[in-house]
Ligand binder design. Structure first.
Ligand code: CA
Length: 227
């Protein structure tokens, strides 16, 4: 695992380099912002530890240029200040974690290991697809046949439930408890009304129809008669 440290304070830089090397990492140390930025943009690292206050090019700029260029490498920011604004700014710019100086080396090492573990973990599912229907969980967007559909929050949650359970019959009471967080009352037609509205949006103008009614049982979403 390769780690880049960009730190202008000699003592801190050497201390980090030595500690991380002893922990088994291949470490490079840049002593100013310009070198740090150059290495970060041209070499491949598994993690970058970035001091915010640097001569020439500061940590914010390095972080911004990395993210602007589409580099997803985990970045741990180091700062002398515990300022909430700094923390927010760092996270907004795409930092993955934040450590306020002075810190114990054990704390840094724990953060480094967590970031590396997170980076190598499988990516969480962000898109659900059934036939030409697509649900983007990150952007909360739904399209069918490439056409953007406008759903309410409840309709979105309902559709997500159906798509996560493609081909499974969902009873009204299950839908009520998972989407409305309530017990199903058979006098209420709230579920049927919501599904009718959802159908109008995702099925009315398209073929095949994906939401199917199983009388007396519930609903399911699937591609009909699929082989
Ligand atoms: Ca500094």
């Amino acid at each position: 695992m390769r780690i880049l440290i960009t730190e202008d304070e000699t003592k801190t830089g050497e201390y980090l380099r030595q500690g991380l090397s002893e922990a088994g990492f291949a470490v490079e140390l840049a002593r100013n912002g310009r070198d740090g930025q150059h290495l970060a943009m041209t070499e491949t690292y598994d993690l970058i530890i970035l001091d915010v206050m640097l001569p020439q090019v500061d940590g914010w700029s390095i972080l911004r240029s990395l993210r602007d260029a589409g580099h997803q490498v985990p970045v741990l920011l180091l700062t002398a200040r515990g300022d909430v604004d700094d923390r927010v700014k760092g996270l907004e710019l795409g930092a993955d974690d934040y450590l306020v100086k002075p810190f114990a080396f054990a704390e840094l090492l724990a953060r480094v290991r967590t970031l590396l573990r997170r980076a190598t973990a499988p990516v969480a599912e962000t898109r659900l697809v059934v036939a030409d229907l697509e649900l983007d969980l990150m952007r909360r967007r739904v399209t069918r046949a490439g056409r953007r559909l406008s759903l309410t929050a409840k309709e979105f949650n309902l559709l997500e439930l159906f798509m996560r359970h493609q081909g499974e019959v969902l009873t009204r009471s299950l839908i009520a408890s998972l989407v409305w967080d309530m017990n199903f009352n058979s006098d209420s037609n709230i579920i049927d009304v919501a599904i009718r509205r959802l159908r109008a949006k995702i099925d009315d103008d398209f073929e095949p129809k994906l939401i199917q009614t199983l009388r007396g049982m519930g609903y399911l979403l699937d591609v009909p008669n699929k082989v």
